[in-house]
Design a protein around this ligand. Structure first.
Ligand SMILES: Nc1ncnc2c1ncn2[C@@H]1O[C@H](COP(=O)(O)OP(=O)(O)OP(=O)(O)O)[C@@H](O)[C@H]1O
Length: 587
């Protein structure tokens, strides 16, 4: 029953390929029925050929038996292949649904949990669903069919033996219910630990540099061990309960079989049953009771599937980011590109899980302006940019982009008008060309070449044997930070946004790389409204307007000259930076 319940919950997430599924089930039942005919044929062989010595029946009976065996093998082959194919397709269906959802939930939700949770969800849990529909469920249905057909055969061979089997079925089915709770609890604990271990393993690989250079191998082993202790305990308990449940079932089956032999032997001795019939009865009783034990042994997998489905459903209920929930009425409001005010904030508050991040932010940015945001670390610069990108939700206040309020803007509109260059560019596995063209998948080869030139990437590409088709491995580890940033800039150049956000795009670079990236950035900024956070004094000084942030609020605003006259936070920051620069030059 719980198998059917899980299947019903799963159907909205799956594309059931009915034709293939029905064909695979027909093969499954065909092979099962052919296997079930075998005991009758054996019984026929013993009673007619061996005991009654009708030797002329030997060859035809054997031929039918061989034919049944061959057909059963063929059916099994087809069903195995089809269910394997469907299992992978169903896993992909669920993964696609989850990925689509992942792209719509607020970014802090993803960042908070880290990769462990999501790799477990998209990997293990999605695969568990494919396995459930095309293995666990198929086995449960098959065992149920074997049991039902075997009962019919058994009742046909001997009514009393059939009734004996019927009486023992509820007893056997009750056994796993006894272990339901502890199995469920331990499966849940195992899943949670696996998720934590997933995050830990990801960190362990990402942190390889630190672990090696600080000689942290023992520390790593200790962490590793402590994580596994709880998993080992829960996993062992779950296995023990499952095995115990299975063994109690096997014991009950043995007892029923002994009883059958007892009654059967007496009936053969009384002459009310033939030896062939006794052999067939024993096989059929086994075929009735064994599936129940098999069903019980699938109980653990069933619970695992239920827990995985619960986690998937929980994830799919995560609320969407505001830009993904704009209703149709607001979606159709025009986005006036000509509006003179590109971004305005009135008393904008942003908080996340009780932490106040932006606290009453007010600002106004005009078309074509270059705006610099400065402030101490943690003053809210990145959070403001992330809010403008729609990655963080506004708690109260009003933010407008062009003529539209933030809550009326769709993700598509945001992506069309605004692009961001991050502190570090993420490169995907693929060629440099592929990593650039994802900025605008409909760009032509000429446009890509132009972006390469403007992003100051020409020399790099000319120096590579495969040029722009050079394959980049994990995160572009073979490229320098500056080269990766310039690929990121080429991407944004292809996109041609009207508003550009630069969040410390050169902060992770040395002076020489920084100069090369700045050439690319200058080309990128041409003709665009630019919001930037940067530590470079020359860039800040050139800005049309500078906003000084502190604790999520604008505390000073103006151009360089006017802010220097105020002798406030900006003044002291500039004086400090200039002193630091002089010290570096002196060294
Ligand atoms: N998702 C979040 N949950 C909780 N606190 C957050 C979150 N994001 C940012 N913060 C907090 O908000 C404050 C502003 O962070 P933000 O990264 O915007 O500062 P910043 O000015 O960009 O700093 P830096 O120059 O160091 O990058 C910090 O105190 C930070 O810890």
């Amino acid at each position: 029953m719980s198998g059917i319940r899980i299947f019903m919950r799963l159907t909205p997430l799956l594309h059931i390929r009915w034709g293939l599924t029905v064909a695979a089930y027909i093969c499954t039942f065909g092979s099962l029925v052919l296997n079930l005919v075998q005991p009758l044929l054996f019984s026929y062989l013993i009673d007619n050929v061996l005991i009654d010595k009708k030797t002329e029946l030997l060859v035809p009976t054997m031929t039918i038996m061989v034919g049944c065996a061959i057909a059963s093998v063929l059916f099994t082959l087809v069903r195995g292949g089809v269910f394997r194919y469907l299992g992978i397709r169903h896993t992909l269906d669920i993964r696609e649904t989850m990925l689509r959802h992942l792209r719509k939930i607020p970014m802090p939700e993803i960042e908070k949990h880290g990769p462990g949770k999501f790799t477990a969800l998209l990997g293990m849990d999605a695969a568990a669903m494919g396995n459930f529909v095309n293995h666990v469920l198929v086995e449960l249905v098959s065992q149920f069919v074997v049991m039902s057909v075997a009962i019919i055969f058994l009742l046909y061979v001997d009514v009393w033996l059939g009734l004996m089997a019927l009486v023992s079925i509820p007893l056997l089915l009750y056994i796993p219910i006894l272990f339901k709770r502890p199995i469920e609890r331990n499966v849940q604990i195992c899943r949670e630990h696996n998720e934590e271990i997933g995050t830990y393993l990801y960190e362990a690989i990402e942190g390889s540099r630190e672990i090696r250079s600080f000689g942290l191998e023992n520390w790593e082993n200790e962490r590793n061990r402590s994580l596994y202790i709880a998993l080992v305990r829960a996993s062992t308990r779950e296995t023990l309960f499952r095995v115990l449940s299975g063994q109690i079932g096997a014991f009950v089956i043995s007892m029923v079989m002994i009883l059958l032999y007892w009654f059967g032997t007496h009936q053969v001795l009384d002459g009310t049953m033939t030896i062939g019939m006794l052999v067939a009865s024993v096989t059929y009783l086994f075929n009735v009771l064994n599936p129940i034990n098999a069903i019980n042994s699938f109980y653990g997998e069933l619970k695992q599937s239920e827990v995985a489905l619960g986690r998937i459903e929980g994830f799919l209920e995560t609320p969407l980011e505001a830009a993904a929930t704009v209703d149709d009425l607001r979606r159709t409001l025009p986005f006036h590109q000509q509006s003179e005010i590109i971004l305005s904030c009135k008393d904008v508050h942003v908080s996340y899980e009780g932490v106040n991040i932006l606290q009453g932010l007010n600002l106004q940015i005009g078309r074509g302006q270059r705006i610099a945001f400065v402030g101490r670390s943690g003053s809210g610069k990145s959070s403001l940019f992330r809010t403008v990108m729609g990655f963080m939700q506004i708690t109260s206040g009003e933010m407008r982009l062009g003529s539209k309020a933030m809550e009326d803007i769709t993700r598509q509109e945001l992506n069309e008008h605004i692009s961001m260059v991050f502190q570090e560019t993420h490169l995907f596995r693929g060629t440099i060309y592929e990593n650039i063209i994802i900025g605008n998948l409909s760009a032509t080869a000429d446009e890509v070449n132009e972006a390469v030139r403007l992003a100051n990437l020409g020399d790099l590409i000319d120096s590579l044997p495969d040029g722009i088709q050079t394959f980049i491995d994990h995160k572009g580890f073979q490229l320098s930070g500056g080269q990766r940033q310039r690929i990121g800039i080429a991407r944004v150049l292809l996109r041609k946004p009207s508003v550009l956000i630069l969040d410390e795009p050169t902060s992770a670079l040395d002076r020489l790389s920084e100069e090369e990236v700045l050439v690319a950035l200058k080309n990128l900024m041409r003709g665009k409204t630019t919001l930037m956070a940067t530590h470079r004094l020359e860039t800040i000084k050139e800005a049309d307007l500078i906003y000084v942030l502190d604790k999520g609020r604008v505390v000073e605003a103006g151009n360089h000259a006017s802010l220097m006259e105020q002798s406030g936070i900006y003044y002291s920051m500039i004086i400090n930076s200039e002193m630091e620069e002089k010290e570096i030059v002196a060294v």
